[in-house]
Design a protein around this ligand. Structure first.
Ligand SMILES: O=P(O)(O)OC[C@@H](O)[C@@H](O)c1c[nH]c2ccccc12
Length: 254
């Protein structure tokens, strides 16, 4: 039986040939997420625009990405993540472009990247940071895609879920590693996953971001105690009555 990740990757492969090509905006200067995290004396809250997901179905289909991003920035979001996968998450690359035109903080293109053409397209739409999911890539592809993004001046968030993936990620010496608390195979979410992995790896070099399942200040404090320097928060902010207030609640001091 194929997993949802296999299904998404198959779809991504089918879309590759129809990706637009054209010049990369050579004059633009991407904003660095790593620098932002290093300079901050609070947990960095990377706030996500996500309309729907395979695990939750519809989350907030009617959202206006630019308005939502402006609310996030107003609450002190350190970066905005925009889910651009269309088929499974109801996002678009235009969402990313709109958000980039609205905020000054780094913008992360959250998608399932398996090819350099997707990175070029992210760059064209104004991404400052891309996501590379270790579970979706072999070692050679992970290294090559990371190098390609860096050659364009983009930061890379390398996502892992377990120890084997952490070992593979550390071999390419990334600046930022995201630990996903959601198992992409079973959709189980448990923030103890970050605590478990950072129990072993917190001093291994990279800046660590705890991803998924963060709801309360207590969760944020747990992640901070574990050694995370930031949080990636989607659903909690997409369904909050006051997203800016929620971000303030989650931005605990380091
Ligand atoms: O909505 P949550 O539980 O706060 O999760 C946000 C983010 O971590 C999640 O959207 C995510 C983490 N890694 C991903 C990879 C692909 C798509 C989505 C994701």
């Amino acid at each position: 039986m194929g997993t949802i990740l296999d299904e998404i990757i198959t779809q991504k492969k089918a879309e590759l040939d129809s990706l637009p090509s054209g010049p990369l905006k050579a004059d633009r200067e991407p904003v660095s997420l790593a620098e932002m995290i290093k300079d901050s004396n609070t947990m960095a809250v990377i706030s996500e625009v996500k309309r729907a997901s395979p695990s939750k179905g519809d989350i907030n289909q009617s959202v206006n990405p630019a308005e939502q991003a402006a609310k996030y920035a107003g609450g002190g979001a350190d970066a905005i993540s925009v889910l651009t996968d269309q088929k499974f998450f109801s996002g678009t690359m235009e969402d990313l472009g709109q958000v980039k035109r609205t905020v000054d903080v780094p913008v992360l293109n959250k998608d399932f990247i398996i090819d350099t053409r997707q990175i070029d397209n992210a760059c064209r739409h104004g991404a400052d940071v891309i996501l590379l999911i270790v579970a979706a890539l072999d070692d050679a592809a992970l290294k090559a895609l990371c190098g390609h993004a860096e050659s364009l001046g983009l930061d890379v968030l390398v996502e892992v879920h377990d120890e084997a993936e952490m070992e593979r990620a550390l071999r390419i010496e990334p600046e930022i590693i995201g630990i996903n608390n959601r198992d992409l195979k079973t959709f189980t979410v448990d923030i103890a996953n970050t605590e478990k992995l950072l129990g072993k790896y917190r001093d291994s070099g990279p800046l660590f971001i705890a991803e998924s399942g963060i709801r309360t200040r207590e969760d944020a404090l747990r992640m901070q105690c574990a050694g995370a320097r930031g949080l990636l928060v989607g659903e909690t902010l997409m369904t909050a009555d006051d997203p800016a207030g929620k971000i303030e609640e989650l931005k605990v001091e380091l």
